[in-house]
Structures are given as structure tokens and as C-alpha cells.
Design a protein around this ligand. Structure first.
Ligand SMILES: Nc1nc2[nH]cc(C(=O)O)c2c(=O)[nH]1
Ligand code: SF4
Ligand SMILES: [Mg+2]
Length: 234
């Protein structure tokens, strides 16, 4: 049987872009955005991957074979492939493992952008793969009883291939992040300002920078919002 994935969009080949967030911020990158999510955050900026009250899944997603996706990614010399969503690990029992295996064999490296509610299968915890884990705190508009899954966080910590990248809007958010980081031994901690416009990102970054530095954490911007005005497909 041909493995297929439910894809929202692929970008970075025709219009080159960068990983906009986290430890690889500024690196040239290709993006495969998988459709579907198991959460429903109020502040989600990719609702076209899951919110079928606002979007039509037949318009917003296509099924693509692993071969099609690998051909697309290998048409570019860019080494980093970011697999995001939605929640990409929802499809790890489907075509994700063969996709990652073939991307690595072609000389790519892979970063997953995941919400941290699902433990990765062993076949994804391999050299060349990293996990950018963004647990959603209450201020992001998600009930933490659903978004904080201790067993999944434990597995991601144990993978030794994860960073924990929290979206924050205010200084009090940092206390909640510290509580979660302590409770689940999450490290390294990265903080990213919430916002989908350059002024909003800059303003929040300025508020958060000193308190993040004081805690010894890492800080990231959202480079694609600054550079490309949050255009879809960049
Ligand atoms: N350039 C760029 N970098 C990103 N890093 C994480 C993204 C995401 O939507 O998960 C993203 C995105 O949408 N664009
Ligand atoms: S986990 Fe991410 S993709 Fe899913 S609803 Fe929340 S912000 Fe959106
Ligand atoms: Mg995004």
C-alpha cells in the first residue's frame, strides 16, 4: 500500500524561506505542513489545518504520497526540512516514518514542530531528527488538562532530541512556563513572543527579553513574521 499523508501546504522551494523560530532560526528551510490537530487553541495561527467551522478540509488539505513529498523536498538543495502542522505526530502511524527515513537518506535533516501531547514513535527518534516542542499554556487559549500530557513530555525529554519552545505574551506567562519546566524537567527552555505582526512581536520581545535572560533561558523571535509579514507559505 502506498503511504499517504494529509498535507495542508508545502513551501520553501519556489519562494525560499528560513526556519523562523527556535534553535535553527535563520537557517534556510523547507516546510511540510501536515493537516489536522488534536488541540484547538484560541490563538492558533494555522486554523486552516483543523478548524472546520471556519475552513473546508477538502479545500485546505490534500493527500500526498511519500514519494511525491520526497521528490518535492529533494528538488531543492536546502538541507533542513521542517515538518509542522497542525500536529504532525498525529500521522506518525501513517506515512511519517517512511517520509522521514527517505528524507534522511537523501541527506536532509528534519525538525518537527509539535505541541508535545504525543510521544514520538521510536523510528522517529533517530540521528538527523530534532523536536521543537511547544506545550500550550492556558494564556494561549487552551485548557492545560488537554495540552499538558506528562507521559508525552517525559518521552520527548528522554529522546534527548527536543527543545521546549513556549509561546508567551506577558511576564506572568514566564512563571507558568517555569512551573511546567520544573515539574516535567523540560530543558532547554526557549521563549517566543506571541504575535502575528512585526509591531506585536517586537513589543512583546522587549517586555520578555530581560526576564527571560534573568532565568537563563533562550529567546527566539518569529523571523518569518518580521521578514515576510506572516504571509502564508513563507
Ligand atoms: N518560516 C517559518 N518558520 C516557521 N517555524 C515554525 C513554523 C510553523 O508554522 O510551525 C513556521 C512557519 O510557518 N514559517
Ligand atoms: S497545537 Fe498548534 S496547530 Fe494545534 S491548535 Fe494549538 S496552536 Fe494550532
Ligand atoms: Mg506558524
Amino acid at each position: 500500500m502506498t503511504a499517504r499523508l494529509i498535507v495542508a501546504e508545502c513551501f520553501g522551494v519556489e519562494k525560499p524561506t528560513f526556519q523562523g523560530e527556535g534553535a535553527s532560526c535563520g537557517h534556510p528551510a523547507l516546510f511540510i505542513r501536515l493537516s489536522r490537530c488534536n488541540l484547538s487553541c484560541t490563538k492558533c495561527d494555522t486554523k486552516y489545518t483543523w478548524d472546520w467551522s471556519q475552513f473546508d478540509p477538502r479545500e485546505e488539505s490534500t493527500k500526498r504520497t511519500v514519494a511525491e513529498l520526497v521528490d518535492w523536498a529533494t528538488s531543492s538543495p536546502v538541507e533542513l526540512v521542517v515538518i509542522t502542522g497542525g500536529e504532525p505526530l498525529l500521522q506518525q502511524e501513517g506515512g511519517l516514518v517512511p517520509l522521514v527515513r527517505r528524507l534522511l537518506a537523501a541527506g536532509k535533516r528534519v525538525e518537527f514542530e509539535t505541541n508535545g501531547t504525543l510521544a514520538p514513535v521510536a523510528d522517529l527518534v533517530v540521528d538527523g531528527v530534532r523536536f521543537n516542542v511547544s506545550p500550550k499554556i492556558a494564556s494561549f487559549g487552551m485548557n492545560e488538562a488537554k495540552s499538558i500530557v506528562p507521559a508525552a513530555l517525559k518521552a520527548l525529554v528522554a529522546s534527548e532530541r527536543a527543545i521546549f519552545k513556549f509561546v508567551a505574551s506577558s511576564v506572568p506567562d514566564l512563571d507558568r512556563i517555569a512551573g511546567l519546566a520544573d515539574a516535567h524537567r523540560l530543558s532547554p527552555v526557549w521563549v517566543m513572543p506571541e504575535g502575528t505582526t512585526a509591531p506585536a512581536i517586537t513589543e512583546t520581545l522587549r517586555v520578555l527579553a530581560d526576564p527571560v535572560a534573568a532565568r537563563g533561558w533562550h529567546l527566539t523571535t518569529r523571523l518569518h513574521v518580521l521578514a515576510f509579514a506572516n504571509t502564508r507559505g513563507r
